[in-house]
Write a protein that binds this ligand. Structure first.
Ligand code: PGH
Length: 248
C-alpha cells in the first residue's frame, strides 16, 4: 500500500439531535480506533461545537459546507473562519447533494475550496457522476471536469482530500464494487499526475463514498488507490467503528 494515511470521514448530513449525537460521540470515544486512520466527522453546523466538545481531540470535525468569503451580507451562510473559530479543522465541499439540490456549480465549489484552504481549513473535495452519466460512459469525463475546476483554484494540495462519490451509490445500498471504485480512483491518480504533479498524485488521499458499510468496507479498503471513505448513513451507527478499522 502507498504511504498515504487512511482517512475516514462521516457525513451526518441533516441528521441527529443532541441526544443521538451524544450517543454516537460516546461510541466513537469509547471505541478502540485504528490509530493509523484519520477520522473526521462532518456534523450539522448547528451541533459542531457540541460534537467538538464531546469527541476526543484525535477525531476531527468538519462543516458540511461553507461560503467563499470570510463574512458579509450572506443570510444563512457560514464561513470557514467561523468553522475554525469553533474548533472545526475541516469542511466538506462539493457534495453531490449541494450540486443537485442547491445547484452549486463546479466554479462556485472551487472558489469555496480556494477560500477554505486560504483560511487554514482542510477540505474534503467531493466529486462523482450520476447514473445517467455512468451509463453513457462519461464517468471519467465528469470527474475530470470536476477535478479541473478544483485544480484551477487549488495551488497547494497538502490539506486536500478528494472524495469520489458516485451519485448512484449514495444512499441507495448499491455500493460500487471494489473494482468499479478502484478503476475510477486509478483514473483520478493518473489525472492528477498528468494535470497537477507526480508528487500530488502519489500523496493525495482519495476517499470512496456511496453506501459504505461495516460489511463491505474491508474489501473496498484492500484496493491500492482507495485511501479511505466518506460515509453517510453508516456513520450515524456503531458500525462506523468497523469502517474506521477497515484496515486494522
Ligand atoms: O453521501 C455520502 C454517502 O452516503 P451513504 O453512505 O449514505 O451512501 N457521503 O458523503
Amino acid at each position: 500500500m502507498a504511504n498515504r494515511r487512511f482517512c475516514v470521514g462521516g457525513n451526518w448530513k441533516m441528521n441527529g439531535d443532541q441526544k443521538s449525537i451524544a450517543e454516537i460521540c460516546k461510541v466513537l470515544s469509547d471505541a478502540a480506533l485504528d490509530a493509523n486512520t484519520e477520522v473526521v466527522i462532518g456534523c450539522p453546523a448547528i451541533y459542531l461545537m457540541y460534537a467538538r466538545n464531546l469527541l476526543p481531540c484525535n477525531i476531527g470535525v468538519a462543516g458540511q459546507n461553507a461560503y467563499k468569503v470570510a463574512k458579509g451580507a450572506f443570510t444563512g451562510e457560514i464561513s470557514p473562519a467561523m468553522l475554525k473559530d469553533i474548533g472545526a479543522e475541516w469542511v466538506i465541499l462539493g457534495h453531490s447533494e449541494r450540486r443537485a439540490i442547491f445547484k452549486e456549480t463546479d466554479e462556485l465549489i472551487a472558489e469555496k475550496a480556494e477560500h477554505a484552504l486560504a483560511e487554514g481549513l482542510k477540505i474534503i473535495a467531493c466529486i462523482g457522476e450520476t447514473l445517467e452519466e455512468r451509463e453513457a460512459g462519461k464517468t471519467n469525463d465528469v470527474v475530470a471536469r470536476q477535478m479541473c475546476a478544483y485544480a484551477k483554484k487549488i495551488r497547494d494540495w497538502t490539506n486536500v482530500v478528494v472524495a469520489y462519490e458516485p451519485v448512484w451509490a449514495i444512499g441507495t445500498g448499491k455500493t460500487a464494487t471494489p473494482e468499479q471504485a478502484q478503476e475510477v480512483h486509478a483514473y483520478l491518480r493518473k489525472w492528477l499526475e498528468e494535470n497537477v504533479s507526480k508528487e500530488v498524485s502519489a500523496s493525495l488521499r482519495i476517499q470512496y463514498g456511496g453506501s459504505v458499510t461495516g460489511a463491505n468496507a474491508k474489501e473496498l479498503a484492500k484496493k491500492p488507490d482507495i485511501d479511505g471513505f466518506l460515509v453517510g448513513g453508516a456513520s450515524l451507527k456503531p458500525e462506523f467503528v468497523d469502517i474506521i478499522n477497515a484496515r486494522k
